[in-house]
Ligand binder design. Structure first.
Ligand SMILES: [Zn+2]
Length: 68
């Protein structure tokens, strides 16, 4: 199954997968280090987790609509 993530809305690379706090990163920032909850992960890993959470939420929405 393929889920397209609306990156303009979700901003996976700037969102904390743990608490959802958004903070702008510049490209040289390779590590996600959340100022709010202290979660630390490689930025690509964190971005993947954000997209996974988004996909799971989308799955729940699809269930509710009877599309899944
Ligand atoms: Zn956080």
């Amino acid at each position: 199954m393929f889920v397209e993530v609306a990156t303009q809305q979700v901003k996976p690379s700037q969102t904390c997968p743990e608490c959802g706090h958004q903070e702008k990163k510049t490209l040289p920032d390779r590590v996600h280090n959340c100022v709010k909850c202290g979660y630390v992960a490689d930025r690509d890993v964190a971005a993947a987790q954000v997209m996974l959470n988004y996909a799971k939420g989308l799955g729940a929405n699809l269930d509710r609509c009877g599309l899944a």
